[in-house]
Write a protein that binds this ligand. Sequence first.
Ligand code: GLP
Length: 244
Amino acid sequence: MHVINVKNYEEMSEKATDILVHRIHSLEKPVLGLATGSTPEGLYQRLIEEYEQGAISFKHVTTFNLDEYVGLEQNDSNSYYQFMNEKLFRHVDIAMERIHIPNGAALDLGKECDAYEHAIKQAGGIDIQLLGIGANGHIGFNEPGTPFSSKTDIVDLEKTTIQANARFFHSIEEVPTQAVSMGIETIMNSKEILLLVSGEAKADAMAKLLAGGVSEDFPASILNNHANVTVIVDEAALADPKQK
Ligand code: GLP
């Protein structure tokens, strides 16, 4: 694991932008794995700016998002589809047919999960997967206890995850209790992984990750077994939680 220490959220976003811009330039048909949440917003904003300045194009880019809430239609303002559209897609020249986000409102969710796995394979696999981390160590929506061998599946959200994400909804009751998430094995099959970690709410998780053990009780720990992981972490997320 290659760990890059940065000062703050802005610097984390800048460094991440540099890496993604470089991949978009150097790969003929870049396949990007994308994430939602607050962590990548600064990166997406900067990618839009790079596009507006003519520095990059998304014409040949294919994307696969990590996850989507079960039960939310694409046009629901809280769906990750809308999040991605608002934060990135509608501002750049990406082709609609190359955007992939699991459909959490599919009638047959099992089929949807299988089709998602198939689509990733068809695209030749993910070149670089962007990740955030949950305070409980989840990656995508794979909560503690998820088998490392998991593929894209319907997952139950932990109470703490529902609480953490309630800030995006009018009330906690509106937060779906399930999601479709790319599996841990699916994530690990990416050729490269870029994990962004910012803020003191992630300090505990970061300390656990850096401790180095690998356990299904802490999903992100599997990243220790991947050959090409870069972690960009800011000072607040590196503050030793025991010191507080
Ligand atoms: C969310 C998402 C994850 C994300 C994580 C952290 O629930 N499913 O993909 O990385 O939790 O979110 P944030 O970046 O808002 O802290």
